[in-house]
Write a protein that binds this ligand. Structure first.
Ligand SMILES: [Zn+2]
Length: 409
């Protein structure tokens, strides 16, 4: 078996699920089990400074073997945790060799299957070997495949000193799935000029655009009166909330948008006649359209207040993250290296915008531009997660190629 597969299977055996509500960092202690194992593995490969810090960040350096000067320091990043959405304990990976395009039986006993009708991407992998779950847990290819690919690429470079490369920094982070993966990440100490997160999906994918994101929290103050004597006295906060929602563009909701289309998403609404609370997230790849969305929801609140003649709607809008494109494009070679590497291993680059945020977007605004590269995995965060083995091998080749291209300049 290819070493990347062995490594990946090994890592899936360690439960690293993160948790949304936690007072500690990392959010779950068990993520450190994998962190410690990775340090041992990196030390065994000869990366002498491999270590885990107080927050659970694993870092290591592959020293340069080139004489060339001015070669940028490149970072490879992946996250250790798996999604809180489904258990990552007792993961039992299944190998489907020479996949024939039929329905995949994940668990015969429990009758859990995965059909190419529902998951058409399966058809792309006829004749390939797939690794799936047993239908009871997630697989954890997101992002243990990324970790396995990075370490295997480093091992390959160590075994092939004829391939010249500059300094390569490795970083494995906790808590990505709960949105705090880089909260304590020290960009300066990490010391890379730019980086790549290896946390994407389908083979060939390279991503450098994500949403700009903001959250709008609204409080609506109503006035409760006994409904029997409410005439011209009651002000129903719930109905005013609905009225406000109707002022926002109907077709700019998640269920009607794709690709570069942004949205207003009402994801929380509760309350009473007396008081109601609504929370929206606003998303757009385009900075101007993003700002416009923030203005429009503010204007909707202002309109309601004007209409009722007093401040009954309070609104608080908070920016969450920005599209990394602005930062990544300042150094065009970052994407150029990735695209050229993907092509040179015989793949067609797939450059689609991310409809969400990533650790890379936060890092980009912390001074470390970090587009995202495929791991090869599909259907992350659930029991239908799978990864074709050849895609993992291609990811390793891509990373080796990036190291080589960066050294050539
Ligand atoms: Zn991930």
């Amino acid at each position: 078996m290819h070493p990347v597969i062995d490594r990946f299977i090994h890592y899936t055996q360690i439960d690293t699920q993160s948790a949304h509500k936690s007072d500690s960092y990392p959010s779950t202690k068990k993520q450190l089990d994998l962190a410690k194992l990775l340090v041992v593995e990196l030390l065994a490969l000869g990366l002498e400074d491999a270590a885990v810090d107080q927050y659970g960040y694993v870092t290591a350096t592959l020293p340069p073997n080139t004489e060339r000067e001015g070669v940028p320091v490149v970072g490879f990043l992946a996250h250790m945790d798996t999604s809180p959405d489904l258990s990552g304990k007792d993961v039992n990976p299944q190998f489907i060799e020479d996949y024939d395009g039929s329905i995949v039986v994940l668990n015969a006993e429990k009758g859990i299957t995965m059909s190419p009708e529902e998951f058409p991407d399966l058809k792309k992998y006829i004749g390939k070997t797939l690794i799936t779950t047993d239908g009871t847990t997630l697989l954890g290819a997101d992002d243990k495949a990324g970790i396995a690919e990075i370490i295997t690429a480093v091992e390959y470079l160590l075994d092939h000193p004829e391939i010249e490369h500059g300094t390569i920094k490795i970083g494995f982070t906790p808590d990505e799935e709960v949105g705090s993966g880089v909260d304590h990440f020290d960009v300066e100490k990490f010391g890379a000029d730019f980086a790549y997160t290896i946390d994407g999906g389908e083979v060939g994918e390279v991503q450098y655009e994500n949403f700009n994101g903001a959250r709008a929290e609204l409080t609506i103050h109503g006035r409760n009166v006994h409904p029997g004597t409410a005439k011209l006295k009651m002000r129903n906060a719930l109905l005013i909330g609905m009225e406000l929602n109707e002022l926002l563009p109907v077709f700019e909701r998640p269920q009607f948008t794709e690709k570069y289309e942004g949205f207003y998403h009402l994801y929380h609404f509760n309350g009473t006649v007396e008081e109601a609370n609504m929370t929206y997230i606003l998303r757009d790849h385009d900075r101007d359209k993003f700002e416009l969305k923030k203005r429009l929801i503010q204007q909707a609140a202002d309109f309601i207040n004007t209409k009722y003649g007093e401040t009954i709607v309070e609104i608080k809008i908070t920016d969450q993250y920005y599209n990394m494109r602005e930062e990544v494009e300042k150094q065009p070679q970052i994407m150029a290296f990735a695209i050229q590497a993907v092509k040179s291993v015989g793949l067609t680059p797939k450059i689609d915008p991310i409809r969400g945020g990533t650790d890379g977007s936060q890092l980009s605004y912390m001074g470390l531009p970090a587009p995202n590269i495929f791991t090869g995995g599909h259907n992350a965060h659930g029991k239908y997660e799978f990864i074709p083995t050849f895609a993992m091998e291609k990811a390793v080749e891509t990373l080796v190629k990036i190291a080589e291209l960066v050294a050539k300049g």
